[in-house]
Write a protein that binds this ligand. Structure first.
Ligand code: ATP
Ligand code: MG
Length: 435
């Protein structure tokens, strides 16, 4: 228990609110600490994005301290109450959880029951040593029952207690371990890694949706490539993305297959960009075999419960990256429609990675980006012709309609039709020739 008065140098409203919650609980005779991620993040020098409080007060006691207006039950059975309020005009909330030990885990994911216990036991039921720390904001002391501080210093991600047993209890911890190690650039403790490797197959008891949530976080983070290698090393990819796992079984081939993922910029990227990077070699090889590609992407979408929008973004990026790479040389009428898509950003990000992997110039992509910076009326002008013009010229709506409008749009974008008059004259010639 070492004093660390400078643990939270930035007194954010959230921090102050959490501090006030602890003070109120302590003022009412209870023990209360900051717990878990917010202690870990502060020791690492990062601003926590939320604060959790652990206490010996029961949920009823927490609710009577703060009153029903300021509290909401979110997990009564697990002893969790949400306390909300305002600090400096900002809405804040803190999860207040009663110190607990978990009972038996019969479903491989959540304990069947919990018992309310001491801070020490509460630390021990947590997953990793770096997530098992408490901080007493009043005494300004870190309380460490699990060796979390040392592991933070040594940059090691280690299960609390027996890794094998902890992973067998809750299989999701396998993905959490890799996600946290990757996020902080920590090594996986060898025993923890071995336990993951031995139990990898068991990841299948976790719902696809929950697995998907973890994988999305992993893929969004700059450490995505390291994490993907760990997923492979521990045998998890075989179960979380069985469609592609066989392509990665030979090391040299895996390097090649994942080279695009490795090439993505070391910044957070939207998850569809990373997934597109992983799928790219497959997409390229399946070219012309649309049905095969569709059934594979559908299988991944269903397993991870991805939304249609996410999957459309992936598809769009894969289908249009090449056009963007050639953006400055292809006819503008071919490039411009791609820029109007709501998925243009993922497509540009993927295109950049592909071009840089091939050590190709980025002219095309830069050109597209510079167009997008102009007012939209410049790069996406209103069409010179629309359906009502065709009707007025005596055409009946039908299949030829769309083709004619599309052709007019191409000519407009490529600078061959410059005014409404030119467009109308062109249309009349078209109608006359077809008659
Ligand atoms: P993040 O910044 O990603 O939210 P976090 O540490 O707050 O990190 P959470 O998933 O929000 O992570 O969980 C809060 C805390 O609850 C963890 O720090 C850990 O102590 C505990 N915890 C969460 N999930 C598990 C689990 N599956 N098994 C054991 N303990 C867990
Ligand atoms: Mg959290």
């Amino acid at each position: 228990m070492t004093p660390r008065p400078d643990l939270y140098p930035n007194s954010t409203p959230d921090k102050q609110f959490a501090h006030d919650v602890v003070r109120r609980l302590v003022g009412n005779g209870y023990v209360a600490y900051f717990a878990g991620g917010c202690v870990r993040d502060a020791i690492l020098g990062n601003d926590p994005h939320d604060f959790d409080v652990a206490t010996n007060a029961t949920t009823d006691q927490v609710r009577s301290v703060f009153g029903s207006n300021q509290t909401r039950a979110v997990g009564e059975a697990f002893g969790v109450v949400l306390v909300h309020g305002k600090t400096h005009g900002k809405k804040c909330q803190v999860e207040v959880a009663t110190f607990r030990s978990d009972g038996v885990y019969s479903d491989g994911r959540r304990p069947d029951s919990v018992v309310f216990t001491s801070p020490e036991h509460d630390a021990q039921r947590r997953d990793f040593t770096i997530n098992g720390l408490f901080y007493d904001p009043i005494e300004e002391k870190i309380i460490d029952y699990v060796g979390g501080r040392e592991d933070l210093e040594r940059k090691v991600l280690r299960a609390i207690g027996n890794p094998e047993a902890r992973i067998r209890e809750d299989k999701l911890r396998m993905l959490r371990a890799i996600r946290f190690a990757a996020r902080f650039g920590f090594a996986l403790d060898p025993k923890t890694q071995q336990a993951i490797a031995r139990n990898a197959e068991q990841i299948q008891v976790v719902s696809g949706e929950r697995t998907g949530v973890e994988l999305i976080k992993i893929l969004e983070h700059p450490s995505r490539y390291w994490a993907w290698e760990k997923l492979f090393e521990t045998g998890l990819t075989q179960y979380v993305i069985p469609e592609l796992h066989p392509r990665w079984s030979v090391a040299s081939q895996r390097d090649e297959e994942l080279s695009l993922l490795k090439r993505l910029p070391e910044i957070p990227v939207p998850f569809p960009v990373s997934l597109a990077a992983i799928l790219h070699p497959w997409f390229r090889d399946a070219s012309g075999r649309q049905a095969e590609w569709e059934s594979m992407s559908l299988a991944i979408q269903e397993r991870w419960k991805l939304s249609n929008i996410e999957m459309e973004a992936v598809q769009f990026a894969l289908q249009n990256a090449e056009v963007l790479i050639q953006g400055s040389t292809l006819p503008w009428s071919q490039v411009q429609p791609v820029l109007t898509s709501k998925f243009i950003e993922p497509a540009l990000a993927l295109a950049e990675a592909i071009a840089s992997l091939r050590t190709e110039a980025l002219h095309g992509i830069d050109f597209c980006r510079s167009q997008l910076r102009l007012p939209e009326s410049v790069w996406n002008p209103r069409p010179l012709l629309d359906g009502s013009d065709l009707i007025r010229a005596g055409l009946k709506p039908g299949p030829g309609f769309a083709t004619l409008l599309e052709r007019a749009r191409q000519l407009q974008l490529d600078g061959n039709l410059r005014s409404k008059e030119e467009a109308m004259a062109w249309m009349k010639t078209m109608i006359d020739t077809s008659n």
